[in-house]
Every structure is written in C-alpha cells, then in structure tokens.
Design a protein around this ligand. Structure first.
Ligand code: ZN
Length: 409
C-alpha cells in the first residue's frame, strides 16, 4: 500500500453532509490514523494514514468526518474480515414494518445491499427485490463493502433503476447511511426509488453513549456520520422524511437505532438551530476531555512498563486499532491478542504490532490485558483463560460500560 502522510486535517467543511447547511463547526482532531482493515504483511511496510477529525452541523446536529479516506483505501482486501450486524431484533422490526406500512403481497419492497437480506427474507414475500451489485449498482470491484455501495447510490442511478424496475413501496437500507460520504445525495436517491409516501427503513449505530463516556473507539474511518437519536431524527427530517417508527436496540457496547419513515417532501421544513439540552451528549465536552484521557491511559500503561510488567490489548478489531492509535499506546504494548488464525498471519495496522493467540498471555508473561472486545463476550474469554488469571494475570476493559472498566481517575 502506498505510504502517504497528509498535512493537518481540514478545519473548514463547506457543507453538512446530511442537510447541506453551510459551515459545520470544527470539533476535534484525532490525528493521522491507520486504516483499521489494512493488516500489514511485512513489518517494513509503511501503512497509509488518514487525518481524522470531526465537524458538527449547527442545523441537524450530526457529527461527521471532516474528510473521509479515499474509497480505494477503505476497500477491504481480506475475505476473512467480515463485520456482522446483529439480527436478534429483526423479527420484531419486520412485524412493526408490516404493521406500519400495512404491507400485503402486492407491495413492492427493495433492499439496497446484501446486508439487507436478513430482514427481507423474513418478509416471506415474492415481491421482494435486492439490488444486484454489478447489474444494478454498477460495482466492478471484486472486493467491496458499504464504502463502495454508498458511493454508487446516487440520484441518477436511482432514477435509472426506477425506470428499469418501477418505483417501490418500501426500501430497506440497514447499516448504510452512516457510511455515506454525501448523505443528502444518498437520501435524495431513496426518494427517487420510492412511490410518493413510500417508506424507508434504516438502521444505524447510536453514538450517544460513546460521546458521554469519552469512548474514542467510536471513531472509525468507515463511519462518516456519528448519529444520536436526536440528530438522526433531525437529519432525516431535513432530508424530507417523516418519522413513523423508532426503535432502540440495546447492546452492551453500542445501541442500534432502527428508524422507519415516509417520504414527505411537501412538509420539508428548515430544522431549527439546536440548543444543547441536559440530556444531549455534549460533543464539545468529548473534544475537550479525550486528550486528558489519552494522557491518563498513557501514564497508566507507562507505569506497567516501568515496573517490568507487560501489557497487551485483546481483540484485533477496528476498535482496538483506533484505541491504540488515538491514545498512543503502541510503544507500551507487547502485542495484540486475537485467536483468529487469519489475523495472526499479519501485523496489526496500529503500531505494526504482532498479533498472537491467547496462549501468548502465558507464553509471553503478560501481566495485564486490556479488552477491546464487546463487554458482552468478556466473561467467556476470561473463563477460557482461567490459567492466566490463576497465575496473577489481570483483565481490564477499555469500555466504561464493562464491569472490568479501567478507571483512570
Ligand atoms: Zn446538517
């Protein structure tokens, strides 16, 4: 991969990516970060790094990347690296969709990408369609993800597809909107493919807990938009959609937001400038506080090093990569622990650290292991590594919601 270091990140974003309001406010700069799916084959290889910073829209309130990485840098080259979205709530979501849209066998329903099939197949309808990535979305790359799908979902393409197939009554696009570099275009394309008053179903991660907890692992170069319940509703309203249903799906790491609404261009209104209320996550506080967290966690890691201990991070995923990079932890780490054989054949994108199986906790005499996995699976990992714990090894978690949360002050 091409080595490239960029200058400082852009401090001026001309327009909000969601509502196109002018001059979103610069929030914070996380520095030049590795792309989290770029596992390194050769220690000498210099990874591409992208300046990552946030802006916040003063109108719809959506926090967004100032400058997303180029698409060719985001494409995942490894077939074994897959991201699975939760499906446990989908039966209830489908029931709700059928009820709200009053769906019958004559209604025509379309899904944007393969990721929408788990929901569409639950509808058990013959009038369900999934866009073909090559024939319909024009994707030519053999390896691609949502970064490519979102770039192909434009007003022009939606118009062509509406001519080819006719318009649809319902469109489903789960885990797509947060990847959209131009969400205003993405949502305008949804209007084009739907009948007037047609329904859109989307699902996005909720970032409000991460904003409150000062959890920097929420930052992910693949996510261009960082929604909360409030900003999701504001953004969709600004794009001409009227909310019909809203569902929060709890998760130990990050709640999900399911939204169903109708196209309603006639009632499009200018969203008022937001006033932060006591219940809103304060992104300014996040911006002010995370560098102090960085100092504190570096001091903690440095102390382990100073007294001859060894520190490792558990979980070679995108959140660990972000944590190590933003917090500047690589110099204090023995390596990253992960039981995926595929990942162990590479070095980690952040810090080019070695990736080893959990056997290394004992073999390398690791004294403290910092979890960067979903708190919901920590107990299982601890019980699988009982010998490590019996020998005095400790597990702590980088997540404030974990019972093993690292308390720095
Ligand atoms: Zn906006």
């Amino acid at each position: 991969m091409l080595a490239m270091l960029k200058e400082t990140p852009i401090k001026v974003l001309p327009h909000c990516r969601v509502c196109r309001s002018a001059h979103p406010r610069f929030v914070t700069d996380f520095g030049n970060l590795a792309i989290t799916n770029q596992f390194i084959a050769d220690e000498q290889e210099t990874a591409f790094r992208q300046p990552i910073s946030w802006h916040e829209c003063g109108s719809c309130g959506v926090v967004q990347l100032s400058e997303p990485p180029p698409l060719e840098q985001l494409r995942n080259e490894f077939p074994w690296l897959v991201y699975r979205e939760p499906e446990g709530h989908l039966d209830a979501t489908v029931e709700e969709l059928i009820r709200i849209a009053d769906l019958n066998s004559h209604h025509r329903i379309v899904g944007l990408s393969q990721d929408d099939w788990p929901l569409l197949r639950r509808l058990q309808s013959d009038s369900v369609k999934l866009f073909d990535p090559v024939m319909d979305l024009g994707i030519t790359s053999s390896h691609y993800g949502m970064e490519t799908v979102q770039s192909q979902w434009t007003v022009n393409r939606a118009r062509q597809l509406a001519q080819k197939y006719g318009v649809f009554d319902v469109m489903v696009a789960r885990y797509a909107l947060e990847h959209a570099h131009d969400a205003a275009e993405f949502l305008a394309a949804c209007h084009e493919i739907l009948v007037p008053g047609g329904m859109l179903l989307i699902e996005v991660p909720d970032c409000s807990q991460a904003f409150r907890d000062l959890d920097v692992t929420v930052v992910w170069e693949e996510h261009v938009l960082y929604f909360t319940e409030r900003t999701l509703l504001q953004g969709l309203s600004a794009a001409g959609f009227e909310t019909s249903h809203f569902q929060r799906v709890p998760d130990p790491l990050e709640d999900r937001l399911v939204w169903i609404g109708r196209t309603n261009r006639s009632t499009k209104v200018e969203t008022p400038t937001l006033a932060v209320t006591s219940t809103d996550p304060d992104v300014s506080r996040f911006a002010e506080q995370w560098p102090k967290q960085r100092e504190a966690i570096r001091a903690w890691a440095g102390n382990i090093w100073t007294v001859g201990g060894r520190l490792a991070v558990f979980g070679a995923g995108h959140r660990a990569c972000t944590l190590i990079d933003i917090m500047g932890l690589a110099e204090f780490l023995d390596g990253v622990i992960d039981d995926s054989a595929e990942k162990q054949a590479f070095r980690f994108p952040a810090g080019s650290l070695p990736i080893r199986g959990s056997k290394a906790l004992l073999d390398r005499d690791i004294s403290c292991c910092l979890f960067a996995v979903n708190p919901g699976v920590e107990d299982r990992i601890v019980s699988r590594n009982s010998e490590y714990v019996a020998r005095g090894g400790t597990f702590v978690s980088c997540y404030p919601s974990s019972s093993r949360a690292l308390r720095l002050r």
